[in-house]
Design a protein around this ligand. Structure first.
Ligand code: GDP
Length: 205
């Protein structure tokens, strides 16, 4: 077992398959699993590509449930990764077409996880590379800063940024936030190595 799958001397840009399994899905704090492993939480707007990113990181296509229907994940999904970490897929926020009370309930669930979870080691804030920072992302980033929660910012779907002018626009809009995001793509595996490095670095601190 290794804390960083890239230590296994792979030349591939896509993570070597990491032994991972779905643990459970929780719709409230009482259903959270025991805090046995350091947890890496994935946060982002609905449909931004969190589940696909988790699958790319573990090199296992069907581990996290991906969908092109925004707003379907309403619970927190826990995955055991390499017998070393738990990856935690939090419900996507900022989906316009759900009633206000549902949005409030999701926000409460996300915050209850982020506030109470002692095992939380790192949050990965996922942005869509083509859209850059949206208000809800900036709000969450401020929240993480105010609560002194360690986090990294990742801009995914970089493979969809096709030409130089789109790239220039995308990079400029991504730089608006306080932190420069790591650029990645679940489709090509770009950035997967860097995200693993960020995860293992936090573990050593
Ligand atoms: P989540 O709701 O944030 O978990 O988003 P999903 O991982 O389910 O992805 C939403 C949609 O975006 C799906 O149709 C994915 O196939 C697609 N998607 C996610 N990541 C990428 C990526 O890096 N590149 C491309 N081209 N599509 C992606």
């Amino acid at each position: 077992m290794s804390a960083n799958p890239f230590r296994k001397k792979s030349r591939s840009v896509v993570a070597p398959r990491v032994v991972s399994e779905f643990l459970l899905s929780a719709s409230g704090p009482e259903q959270f699993p025991k805090e046995e492993y350091p947890e890496i939480a994935f946060l982002g707007r609905s449909n931004v590509g969190k589940s696909s990113l988790i699958n790319a990181l573990v090199g296992q296509k069907g581990l996290a449930y991906t969908s092109n229907r925004p707003g379907c994940t309403q619970s927190i999904n826990f995955y055991r990764v390499d017998g070393v970490y738990s990856f935690v897929d939090l419900p996507g926020y900022g989906y316009a077409r759900v009633p206000e009370e549902v949005k409030i309930a999701w926000k409460k669930l996300i915050e209850s996880y982020l506030v109470e979870r002692e095992a939380l080691q790192l949050s990965v804030l996922v942005l869509d590379a083509r859209r850059g920072w949206m208000d809800t992302d900036l709000e969450l980033q401020r929240w993480l800063e105010n609560h002194q929660k360690p986090y990294v910012v990742v801009a995914t779907k970089m493979d969809k940024v096709k030409n130089q002018s789109e790239m220039a626009r995308s990079v400029a809009s991504l730089r608006k936030g306080a932190d420069e995001p790591m650029l990645c793509s679940a489709t090509t595996g770009r950035g997967v190595r860097e995200i693993w490095q960020a995860i293992t670095k936090t573990r050593r601190q």
